[in-house]
Design a protein around this ligand. Structure first.
Ligand SMILES: Nc1ncnc2c1ncn2[C@@H]1O[C@H](COP(=O)(O)OP(=O)(O)OP(=O)(O)O)[C@@H](O)[C@H]1O
Length: 288
């Protein structure tokens, strides 16, 4: 789904003495099928921005176009239910929202709310539990008898059960150990690719942004500070440092390597494995 954000402003507690401007003049176009990482310090406005994408927050000024739905400041009431079906949010610690007696009932809750029959919702639950890498036998268990990692997968399955076109992930790996983080990020990456999703990942990890995103948007004090392809963003190391961010360690290594070796390797590979391969190829070419 194509997303277009135009001159978006948001103030909390508008019109009260406690009014607080959280977003200023955000302009951002996200093409259908993009994997966008939204990065920035605590309080920079990331959560406020994503909550506009499925109508949880209303613009104070400006507009957001989500496919054919336009959400405008002062606009008329929209059909938010169908928008929320198309744009699913996985909140931080989504497992805290599990509440039903069984995993199956929890996953069926969303589709049933949209009028889907019990039989179809059951089939959906079986389909999405497999998508998140859990066995069907989990469906009859209580979500509260599962491990933390399994509970998170069940919560993600509940969002997938709505067949979203846009998946919005608010720090989906928060609180997981390093292995769990990689597993969940790999899961989102394969869901993105296999289901032609538009994915928006809020993260504090430049490493994850570099590994998975086609584009990176950097927020700072409620403004869109930088937006571009990872290669472009990582060429702006000084600008990133000014807002307390830095390029991933692999990019830092490559920049130092280029300075010291005199080899001017292009900034296109971001994982340790890709970078090692790039450096080794260049050394072979040079005859070392
Ligand atoms: N419900 C609220 N009421 C008033 N102010 C709020 C509310 N939620 C957020 N804010 C303020 O809006 C600004 C942006 O907050 P937001 O949560 O969007 O930032 P963030 O980048 O998502 O931070 P984090 O990385 O900590 O989640 C901050 O100054 C924050 O204090």
């Amino acid at each position: 789904m194509e997303i277009s954000i135009n001159r978006l402003e948001h103030s909390y507690m508008e019109g009260t003495p406690f009014e607080r401007r959280a977003l200023h003049d955000i302009n951002l176009d996200i093409a259908d099928g993009t994997f966008l990482a939204l990065i920035g310090h605590t309080g920079s406005g990331k959560s406020t921005l994503i909550q506009h994408l499925n109508g949880l927050l209303k613009p104070s000024a400006g507009s957001i176009k989500m496919g054919s739905t336009e959400l405008k400041a002062g606009g008329k009431k929209q059909d938010l239910k169908s928008l929320r079906k198309k744009a699913g949010i996985v909140f931080q610690y989504p497992e805290h929202q599990l509440f039903e007696e069984t995993v199956e009932k929890d996953i069926m809750f969303g589709p049933r709310n949209f009028g889907v029959s019990v039989e179809t919702a059951r089939l959906t639950a079986a389909r999405v539990i497999e998508m998140v890498g859990l066995p069907e036998s989990v469906l009859s268990k209580s979500p509260f008898d599962l491990s933390g990692g399994q509970m998170r997968r069940v919560a993600i399955a509940g969002v997938l059960a709505m067949n979203p076109e846009v998946l919005i992930l608010d720090e989906p790996t928060a609180g997981l150990d390093p292995a769990g983080r990689v597993e969940i990020m790999e899961l989102f990456n394969s869901l993105h690719e296999r289901n032609n999703l538009t994915t928006i990942l809020v993260t504090h990890s430049m490493e994850d942004a570099s590994k998975y995103a086609d584009e990176i948007a950097v927020m700072h004090k409620g403004e869109l500070y930088l937006h571009g392809k990872p290669t472009d963003i990582f060429s702006e190391r000084e600008a990133l440092k000014r807002v307390g961010l830095d390029v991933p360690e692999t990019v830092q290594f490559l920049q130092k390597w280029n300075e010291k070796s005199g080899l001017n390797l292009a900034l296109t590979k971001f994982t340790v494995e890709e970078l090692a391969e790039q450096v080794s190829q260049s050394l072979k070419k040079r005859g070392n």
